[in-house]
Design a protein around this ligand. Structure first.
Ligand code: GDP
Length: 261
């Protein structure tokens, strides 16, 4: 299905190769570190059910296991993984890479997506405890970057549109928006593309990034405007710098991909 945007997307040039790497051997260490580094907050679990603090700790530990799986320039090159997938989308510079790195508590995970040759790729990361992936994070190319040749923009539009409309395993979409810019025209087009799937039950979360740059009243205003525009999705403030909304977002992603949520 075509996905024609009025203006331009991501950066860099398409690389037609598909790269696949085995899971990182450092996974077990990462998971252990996450479990021990997550704050042992006093949750108030009801009989048998984990409390909020415990669920958030669990979710952060789970996300910390994220590791690079593969990078593909087109939908047909994406491996069928048979796992629930969460897509991260947003305009270039919206704070998507920083949000992914913060949520996974890894310094450079998403910046792999910014290396030459991969900027217009869909990059997949596996997540799962005990060396067994139970979900996939998909980092989609940033859009709206002006200095990109028209051909590359059109190609990106097709890749992204195809992915969002047809990817069967998609269980949720996280849209990163810089609230100082608000939803741009390209964000609106993206919303139109996913709206039918959201109406059918696809999970959708808008993260208003760099929230530390907003005053309290600016934040309240940005939230209410974005809620009107988000078409049924959740909207939250998020700051990697101040760690605002990080645990809540982690818990949401966990809930989307785990039946008990
Ligand atoms: P991407 O192009 O969407 O992946 O955006 P990046 O993650 O590279 O972030 C774009 C710019 O915003 C960078 O200069 C980041 O340092 C900055 N940034 C990202 N998150 C935050 C945040 O929570 N607070 C502040 N103040 N700056 C941020």
């Amino acid at each position: 299905m075509a996905f024609h945007l009025p203006r331009g997307p991501g950066k860099g040039h398409a690389n037609p190769s598909t790269m696949t790497q085995p899971p990182s051997p450092a996974r077990a260490d990462a998971a252990t570190a996450a479990a021990s580094s997550a704050a042992a907050s006093p949750g108030t679990p009801a009989a048998g059910a984990p409390g909020t603090a415990e669920r958030r700790r669990q979710a952060l530990g789970w996300l910390h296991t994220a590791h690079f799986l593969s990078s593909a320039p087109q939908l047909e090159h994406l491996p069928p993984l048979g796992l629930p997938e969460i897509a991260f989308v947003g305009r270039s510079n919206a704070g998507k890479s920083t949000a992914i790195n913060t949520l996974t508590q890894q310094k450079r995970l998403a910046f792999a997506s910014k290396t030459p040759g991969r900027t217009q790729h869909i990059n997949l990361f596996g997540v799962g405890k005990g060396q067994v992936d139970d979900a996939v994070l998909a980092d989609l190319p940033g859009y709206g970057y002006a200095a990109v040749p028209r051909e590359a923009k059109l190609r990106w539009q097709r890749v992204m549109g195809n992915y969002l409309v047809t990817r069967e395993a998609l269980s949720g979409v996280v849209l990163m928006v810089d609230p100082r810019l608000g939803l741009t025209e390209l964000d609106e087009v993206l919303l139109e593309v996913i709206r039918p799937r959201v109406e059918e039950g696809l999970n959708f979360l808008v993260l208003l990034t760099k929230a530390d740059k907003l005053t309290r009243s600016e934040a309240a205003k940005a939230l209410s405007i974005a809620r009107l525009q988000a078409g049924g999705g959740e909207v939250r403030l998020f700051s990697a710098l101040k760690r605002q909304g990080v645990e809540e977002a982690a818990e949401t992603l966990w809930r989307w991909t785990h039946a008990e949520g």
